[in-house]
Ligand binder design. Structure first.
Ligand SMILES: [Zn+2]
Length: 106
């Protein structure tokens, strides 16, 4: 089993798995079971998730898709939620205008 990406961020691992599975590539996220025990981990410990492909023959394609996906999502993943300057509504970074008052994100 080959791993195409590793991350400490569970959401990233799951989103990447979804993206690759939608391309017909079977994915196993290793380390996922650590999340269930997260409350018991010592303070400061961080889980590490590995996104791995089941069929090694898909590695070249999976690696290429992973690079493209990471490029596309790097900005969004790094973005913080924003607060509308007009009405104070809070939004996730993928929304670029306020759903309440229609103001654009700054
Ligand atoms: Zn607003």
């Amino acid at each position: 089993m080959k791993c195409v990406h590793q991350t400490a961020d569970r959401t990233t691992a799951q989103l990447l798995r979804g993206a690759l599975e939608s391309e017909g590539i079977a994915i196993v996220v290793q380390g996922e079971d650590l999340a269930g025990a997260a409350g018991e981990l010592p303070v400061g410990a961080s889980a590490l998730y590995r996104v791995c492909i089941v069929d090694d023959e898909q590695l070249p394609r999976a690696a290429r898709l992973t690079r493209g996906w990471l490029d596309d999502h790097a900005a969004a993943l790094a973005a913080e939620p924003w607060v509308c300057a007009h009405c104070g509504e809070r939004h996730d970074p993928q929304f670029r205008s306020c759903w309440r008052c229609g103001a654009e994100a700054e």
